[in-house]
Design a protein around this ligand. Sequence first.
Ligand code: DGP
Length: 142
Amino acid sequence: MPSYDSNNIFAKILRGELPCYRVYEDDKAFAFLDIMPRAPGHTLVLPKAPARNILDITPDDLAHVAKVAQKIAQAAIKAFGADGITVQQFNEGAGGQVVFHLHVHIVPRKAGIPMKPPASAKEKPEVLAEQAKALAAAIAAG
Ligand code: DGP
């Protein structure tokens, strides 16, 4: 397997070199909105520690990302009035991965509405800003 490349776009977001619509942060994990959402509120959860994907992340970091993914899924139901949540996580190009810092997709779903294709359209900044605010508030409210 290739090794971790610290120039990937999510590493730059984690270092604060690129902007994002942050919804949650703790000492080991970070979550922000996907700018090309497959449904409104589509969020990405990352470990802060460098990890390419599920093949090299430490079990502890993976477990923490899973805990945060659950927290965000529960908050997304409230924030977006979702009927369900799709969780996705891709590993290596053959597995559908495009950005090589591990991330879990949390996609809020409404009954009967299909997800858009991956990375098909950029959402408007003002929409993302509003959604990030709503989701962050729901997470903080627990
Ligand atoms: P994948 O590696 O296949 O799990 O998908 C990467 C996802 O990252 C895809 O849904 C689009 C999203 N994405 C790509 N570039 C950026 C970016 O600069 N910022 C944010 N927030 N999301 C991005």
